[in-house]
Every structure is written in C-alpha cells, then in structure tokens.
Design a protein around this ligand. Sequence first.
Ligand code: ZN
Length: 590
Amino acid sequence: MQSGLVPENIKEEIKSRCDIVDIISEYVSLKQRGKNFVGLCPFHDDTKPSLYVSRDLQIFKCFACDSAGDVFAFLMKYQKITYPEALKALAERCGITLPSTYDSKESKISEELKNLNKFAVQYYQKMLFDNSLGNQALTYLKKRGIDDNIIASFKLGYSLPNWDSFLNAGKKAGFSEKILLTGGFILEGKKQGNYYDRFRGRIMFPIFDVKGEPIAFGGRIIEAGESDAKYINSPETPLYTKSKNLYNLNMAQRAIQKEGFALLVEGYMDAISCFQAGFTNVVASLGTSLTDSHVKLIKRYTDEVIIAYDSDKAGAEASARGMNLLIKADVRVRMLTIPSEKDPDDFIRENGADAFRKLISSAVDLVEYKIDRINKQIGIDTAEGKKKAVDDLVSTLASMGNLVQRSEYVKKSAERLNIEEEYIWQQLSKIGAGKNIAKSTQPTIKTSSKQTARERIERLLIECLIQCPKLVSKTKHLKKEDFTNSCHIELIELLWNNIDESKENIELGDLINNCSSKEARDLISNIIAKKLTLKKNLLSNIEDIEAELNGCIKKIEDFRKRESKLAILKENTADKITISQALMSIRKGK
Ligand SMILES: [Zn+2]
C-alpha cells in the first residue's frame, strides 16, 4: 500500500483510534451477533446480512461478494475515494494532524469546494435576511406558510438578481474564479474569461450530504418570467453527484429509522412542507429517477418507502426502473395517491397534516397501484385492459427476488384481474423470471476442490502464520520455490517481508491491501471468514498453532528433499518405473 508521506506510526494511531465497528455503523446498520457485527453489505445487492465486521480483528468481510479489508479499505470502497483521502478523513475524525505536505491535489480541491459551499450558505442566508431585495423572497416563503424555524433549519437563502454579486463576493472572500466555476456557482460567458452568476434572483436551497455538509444548491425563481426555469440546480461537481444524494437525508435519517419508513417526495418544497408538518422522515429525489445508489442509500436506514409524488410524476415513475430497483433490493414500496393532481406541498397547505397522515396510511403497494392505474385509464374488465395491466406488472413481479413473495403477488394480481395465474407466469418466463429462479447467495466459505495435498499444506502453513505472526521467523529458512501455488508464493513473501514479529496480532486489513492479485486477496478473505465464523479458533492456543506449523514445515521440507532426490534420479537412471513412483508419491503428498 502506498502510504505516501504518512509515517507508519500515525497510520497506526489513526487505526487504533477509529474503531471499525463505529465507522461502518455510520453507513450500515450493524447488529451484534456473537463476537461479530453483521449488516447488509453496501457493496452488492444484499438482501440478507452478509457483511461481517470484527472488532477484535478490526476488519470487515462480506460472505457474498468477498469484499474485505480494514477500516481504510471500507471507506475507500464506500466513498469511492483514494487511500490518501480515506486516511485524511479518518485522521480528521479522530483529531490527528497529518503532515501538511501530504495533502493530495484532489483532496485539496474538495477541501476548497467544501469551504466554498459553506461560504455560499452563509452568503445566501445573509442576502435573504439583510438585503432589501431578499425581503420579497422572505415574504414569498412566509406566504407559502414556511415558518422561521424551518427557514433556519433548511438554511434557506437568496441570490441577488445581479449578474456578478456572488462572483464578486466569492472572489473577495479569496475563492478563485476556477474554484467558483468548478463548484458550479458561476458560468463562463460568450467572451472567454467573462464570468457570471449561475443563480440570480432565486430562493436558494442548499443540498447537504448525509453528514450535513453543504455540497450543492437548488435555486427557485420567485416570479417566473417566460424564459426562466422554475428551478435550477448545481451541476455535478467533485463533491456532488445527483444520483447519489437525497435531499434532506441529513435531517431525516433518524426519523426514518424511528418511523420504519422513508417518505419519498419529489421537490424541495414538498420535502420542506412535509418536514414542517411533522413528517420528518421525508427525503426528496429532486426530479431524478431513483438509481442504484439512491436505493442503497435508502436501504441503509429502512426497508420501506412510501412514494408521495404528484399523480403524473408518480405514474411515470411507477413504470420506470427506479421503483423496481427498490423492490429488487427487498424494499417494500407503497404509493400514495394525492387527490386532484396535487403535490404534497399543495395538499398539506390546503388540507393540513392530519389529512396527509390519513393519505399515508392508505398508501397501497406498487402492484396494486399499477392495477388501479390501468383500471382508471382503460378499465381491467376488457381483454385489452387485462393484457396491458399484466404487461405493466411483469417488470415489478420479476424484480421480486423472493419466489414466495412473487408467487403471492402473482396470485393476488390474477385474482384482481380475474385471469389465470398461469398467464402471468408465462409472461414472467419470457423474461427469465418464471417459477424456477436461482437460489440466492448463502454465506459460504469457498474451498477449492482441486487443491493438491501439497497446496493444502502450504495453505495451512500460511493460515498458522496469520493466526500467530510471531511464528513467521520459524519459516524464514524456507524458499519461495518450496511453494507450488503462485498465490501462496505471493502471500508467504508478503508475510516474510511485512510482518512485525513482535506483534501479537496481524493487521489482516493491511495484508489484504498489500496483495496484488485477486486470488491472494480472496485467500486471506477466506481465512478471515473462517476466523469470523468459528466460535472458537480452530487452533486456540499458540502451542497448538506452533505444533501444526512445525508439521507443515516438516512436510514441505520433505517435499523438497524428495524433489531433489527425483532430480538426481532423473539424471542418473533411465528407470522409468522408479521415477514415476517417486513422482506419484510427491503428488499424493506422502
Ligand atoms: Zn457484499
């Protein structure tokens, strides 16, 4: 692993202060099971908890997709950041200062962007409250029934209508045009080097990440002119990816866990209205269809989503892929129908929170919603209506990974449509989702069946060393040629070169990070798996491990002796039978 300029002791210090269970818990809900913690793996489409985290070993391991490593590896993979960035994030978290020369270029840019966004939040807030032009924006918000507390919690603001107010303020505060441009706050005019503000005369909605750091903005026009878009948003920046963020998740996460479901709305104003009306578990997708990343994000907090889009949008979304992604991830999707094509914001303002609560309790699941919709559009009594409904349903039914659940919904749908179940199954079969579906992944420890006796001994030796790194010195007289499997060679060399024999325990995460081949990583990850699943270590005390190791060393030495004997034989005799007998015994490992 490239530790860059960070001294080893600082890295160790970070690791010792950032407990892997605490860190992973921030992203995945973990439950204790025996000595380990388990949760849904964020790195694959996990439906049963496959992710194991060990406090003792300070590592994580997924039994389904084989992701494994230490706390740095988790953060790198999860946040898609580089090793230096992960190191920096954790150092910051535990209050350790890294040598200043260490900052990488990317992390410097994101650092600057973070500061810029913070500055922008304060600047726009100031314009809303202190500037006379901001007054009309404030009046507008009040007229829409948004109270002062909510304006403050959502950190709403206002951008002045001039072409260069933010540009000048930003520059004055020390931000370069380049960073203002990267952050999406300014645009380049027709003339090169001529910049102007992206957001002008708009109510500003900061978008925060899960940790509550501002990363982007949405701006709403107050009085729409003909050529103005009602909303404009920040473009994607190194800090902000549209498909990976949900508006208000920073404030909604606890409520989602408490309520047991997330209320998904479309826009800023919907989210704010719901929040103010007491539905604090509300998040907004901000007009984009749900992506895999959104689903993973939601799945971290809950297994149920209630969709409260306005009717047109809900209809369109229901047929889109996003809803099926939720179903596929085993999230229960219920659809809320808002009467007379209103959005949640309008509905709550006109009818109040209690009426909205009633709507929520009457939300129906996606299958039922789809049938209702076709029924309203063309009716489900005709052959045409029935066919259309089934066509619309199959993608959703096919997304259900659980055959029992799928069968149940096929049955329900058939009853409702008054058709044979078999017809729906036929349509499902056409897209490969018939009654015979592949079994879902069970946590299993992979073992290669084609291992030779010699390979098994090599592997056992490596396992012993990983269990007890103190013993590494006992194997240093062996040569890498004594190992026959390339993956074992890589590992034994790693162990020889990197193990601090004075240590009681080995940093398995480090070891994984150091592996260059996937095979070697998988092998360690499987050893970790073994350690995690055994209630007691197979070899519980050091004497046993040492005895086992000695046995392995002796056998490997024997192999070597016999090999050299064979080489001599080959040189000196033409006796094919003797050679082949010697060969056989080597292969059998006797
Ligand atoms: Zn996984």
